[in-house]
Design a protein around this ligand. Sequence first.
Ligand code: FES
Length: 106
Amino acid sequence: MPEFVTVATVEDFPPGTGRTVEVQGVWIALFNVDGSFYAVDNTCPHAGGPLGEGHLEGHVIECPWHGWRFNVQTGERPENPNITIACCPVRIEGNQVQVALPENFT
Ligand code: FES
């Protein structure tokens, strides 16, 4: 059973926004896409850029360093689905946004 951690309130994340949050000592990028919340590993697999500081368009986040893009719903890079980032479980409790690390997160 994953351990969920409260990282923000729903009001902190208007639709179309995102930023970096901390979950059990790990930096996670959290996004609100049209009212649905998604959390992924903050570290870009290209060279470690902070995805939580990237530009979000629809379900796609663009890394602020060199522009690699990832679908925050699936973790896949649209240009190359073999390159993925970890997706984290998210749940809403009242107005609290809670995130857990995936079981095999490293
Ligand atoms: S570090 Fe993300 S695209 Fe280079």
